[in-house]
Design a protein around this ligand. Structure first.
Ligand code: ATP
Ligand code: LTN
Length: 334
């Protein structure tokens, strides 16, 4: 607990351009949670280098992501928004937790299997121990809840196992975190292949709506979205393309799938698609304007970055010192 509130931690990688899936499935949920919890939202740049990055691009994207967190509505005075690499405790705790994690556990991680097949020329040890760094992110702040997509559940389970293992040996050191999976927009699918999730690393840009896409591009992508030959607007698994469009429409307008079915009864895909496009533009346009405005406020952003890194560091150090003492590192002489 911090200030009598439960602690929430989440993070995103600054790799690629964020998609509507990232926004509706993650960022938008964060905003609804930010009053109830003491929140830490990190730009996890240390995770990003498990895959080779161009330094200038990574730096630019990390700043853009941090700006986006704020533009999307996370108040940086209330929420601790910071770069993971500015708080050395993440790496220090990760080393310790590496010594409490088994090779067999890491070998089972599906994200590792996926990423190592995609980057066969660079299967580095960081990619393998990625989940331990993620566990450190979470445990460092004595986190109670972690809002993540379903794809991250396996990493969260591992985090809980590591925390419990450590607590069994040394007493109650870590809070054992719970996952928080949002209801709306839990999984947005690709517009070109509704069996695949919308992903920022998809090679086909037509499958994803990027948060910075202009209105014409958004409209064009929706008009080209893959549907089916049923010709009716029903919310059911047999029509995954249409179902995905309805999910997006609902997430952007607050309507329920049943309301949408009624709204489009007797109408065709030619009417549904532009309506979804308009709804998405109405959500993204103000976000894009705010990103543009904030990006100009250099010294304001720099101030936030500094202040929040100090705040994160304060809480991180509290946990880290406790852990170091438990495992037997010698006391510091002041
Ligand atoms: P990559 O393609 O690089 O693996 P990604 O687009 O899948 O990236 P992540 O960085 O892995 O995104 O995820 C950031 C957050 O966004 C996570 O909480 C994840 O669950 C959520 N998320 C990603 N894609 C979607 C999606 N299509 N629908 C809903 N949530 C998503
Ligand atoms: N692995 C996550 C990003 C991530 C994260 C975290 C999420 C890194 N550390 C801690 C929640 C909590 C991803 O790829 N989406």
């Amino acid at each position: 607990m911090i200030n009598d509130k439960k602690v929430l931690f989440s993070g995103m990688q600054a790799t690629g351009n964020l998609t509507l899936g990232n926004y509706l499935g993650a960022l938008k949920n964060w905003i609804t949670l930010s009053d109830e919890y003491e929140c830490f939202y990190s730009v996890v740049d240390m995770h990003s280098i498990t895959v080779r990055q161009d330094p200038a691009t990574l730096r630019k994207r990390a700043r853009a992501l941090l700006t986006l967190y704020i533009a999307a509505g996370l108040d940086p005075k209330k929420n601790c928004i910071y770069y993971q690499s500015h708080v050395s405790g993440h790496a220090e705790l990760a080393w310790i937790l590496n010594c409490f994690t088994y090779m067999g556990e890491l070998n089972r991680m599906t994200q590792f299997k996926d990423k190592s097949s995609k980057h066969a020329d660079n299967i580095n040890a960081g990619l393998f121990t990625y989940p331990v760094l993620m566990a450190s992110d979470i445990l460092l702040y004595q986190t109670d809840v972690v809002p993540v997509g379903i794809d991250q559940m396996q990493h969260l389970e591992l985090t809980r196992n590591i925390a419990e293992r450590f607590n069994n040996i040394y007493g109650d050191v870590f809070t054992v975190p719970e996952a928080y999976i949002g209801k709306v927009g839990a999984k947005i699918m690709s517009l070109q292949d509704p069996a695949k999730k919308m992903s920022k690393s998809d090679e086909n840009p037509n499958g994803s709506i990027y948060l910075m896409d202009d209105p014409d591009t958004i409209m064009r992508k929706f008009k080209r979205a893959v549907t089916d030959s049923e010709g009716m607007i029903c919310y059911r698994p047999e029509q995954p393309g249409v179902k995905n469009l309805i999910d997006i429409y609902c997430a952007c307008t607050g309507k329920t799938p049943q309301e949408v079915e009624r709204e489009f009864a007797g109408k065709g895909y030619g009417e549904l698609k532009p309506a979804v496009g308009e709804a998405v533009i109405a959500v993204l346009k103000p976000l894009q304007d705010e990103v543009a405005r904030l990006s100009q406020e250099k010294s304001y952003l720099d101030g936030i970055i500094k202040e929040n890194a100090e705040k994160a560091n304060y809480y991180a150090m509290k946990t880290l010192r406790k852990v170091q003492k438990k495992v037997g590192f010698p006391e510091r002489i002041r």
